[in-house]
Write a protein of this length. Structure first.
Length: 278
């Protein structure tokens, strides 16, 4: 069910798409019911989209391009921008940087990084968060998170390094079955030529050195080869562009990486943990 509060909080792309869709539908002399039949959605879904109560899904945008878009390409072009509207407010600006990044170095300490989550894991994680979200909002956020995976297939390819705390792999999210599939997915992702996955073991601090003590970080290399650092503590966001500060984070990341298991050892550990959940 569409949410009434969306009408007040809908983003600019969502509002623009709704306005254009309504104009194009009326130009073709279609009722909401008739348009719904043509695009495979209910009249209620069309109404929710046009009134900003529910942002258009990727599937709806593709269907509208095919039926009322007149081959202009406007609804297809709108997909990226409508997706951005669905992200949490603190993440929207960084999402653009992530999509365009030439390289990412990621360190995750609590849960699997969003780029590498399965749909079931993401749904369990988002649906079980606090404050509680409506089922419709959970669906929106899961869909938006899954679309981020396009970065893994993009041309030109993005080079991605990700370091996961071992505790991330041992923390069951959703169910043992969901977690097992998530671990196996990580092992498959690690086989990509543009992905390097390492695990920081639980015992890495035995000798008194633990470089990851200050928490998660994401480092981005932009198409212009600028280096930025993104932090997101407790639903707040911080983007660091100062070269000296970014350099400090890069050095810290290098130290974390030096304390992590090698890529082959890391995949071996992930596969063993997945086997334990059978």
């Amino acid at each position: 069910m569409a949410r009434a509060e969306n009408k007040e909080t809908a983003g600019p792309a969502t509002r623009l798409v709704a306005h254009i869709a309504r104009l194009m539908r009326q130009r073709k002399g279609l009722t909401q019911t008739e348009m719904g039949v043509q695009i495979g959605f209910s009249a209620a879904a069309v109404s929710a989209m046009e009134t900003n109560a529910q942002p258009a899904s990727d599937e709806m945008l593709v269907a509208m391009e095919r039926t009322i878009g007149d081959d202009i390409g406007i609804f297809l072009a709108a997909r990226d921008y409508v997706r951005l509207d669905k992200y949490p407010e603190q993440f929207k600006n960084y999402a653009l940087l992530e999509q365009e990044a030439m390289g990412l170095r990621l360190y995750a300490t609590l849960v699997v990084h969003g780029l590498f989550q399965t749909k079931a894991y993401a749904r369990a994680l988002i649906g079980g968060g606090y404050p509680p979200l409506s089922d419709e909002r959970v669906d929106e956020l899961v869909e938006a998170r899954m679309t981020r995976k396009a970065l893994l297939e993009r041309d030109p390819v993005a080079l991605i390094e990700v370091i996961l705390e071992e505790s991330v792999l041992r923390r069951t999210i959703g169910s043992p079955e969901v977690m097992r599939d998530q671990l196996l997915h990580l092992a498959e992702c690690a086989k990509r030529r543009n992905v390097t996955l390492q695990v920081l073991p639980l015992d890495c601090g035995l000798l008194g050195e633990y470089a990851g003590a200050r928490g998660e970080m994401e480092m981005v290399e932009t198409p212009d080869h600028n280096h930025l650092v993104y932090l997101e503590p407790q639903d707040e966001s911080l983007l660091i562009s100062d070269p000296a500060k970014a350099s400090t984070y890069a050095q810290r990341y290098a130290k974390i990486r030096s304390q992590a298991l090698g890529p082959r050892e890391s995949v071996g550990l992930i596969e063993r943990l997945a086997g334990d959940l059978e």
